[in-house]
Design a binder for this molecule. Structure first.
Ligand SMILES: [Zn+2]
Length: 77
């Protein structure tokens, strides 16, 4: 388990380089915003543990679009 970091958003996002960029350069970088919420998985994983991570408003919006509804609970910090 990765401990939650209340000082910095724990989401990762693309560095802005397209997958098609010649020579690569596409990678995920850690968001540097201050988090506003804690997102906790609704259901425990196969290891029996529930994951949780902090997110800023921007990353929360992206996560809500990408993850199925009810996948995680949001707790305001
Ligand atoms: Zn973020």
């Amino acid at each position: 388990m990765i401990p939650i970091d209340k000082e910095r958003c724990q989401a990762e996002k693309p560095n802005g380089q397209s997958f098609m960029t010649l020579g690569g350069g596409h990678k995920m970088i850690r968001c540097e915003n201050k988090p506003t919420v804690i997102a906790a998985e609704t259901n425990a994983g196969s290891d029996g543990l529930k994951g949780s991570m902090t997110m800023c408003d921007d990353c929360l919006k992206v996560a809500k679009k990408q993850l199925p509804k009810g996948f995680f609970d949001i707790v305001r910090m």
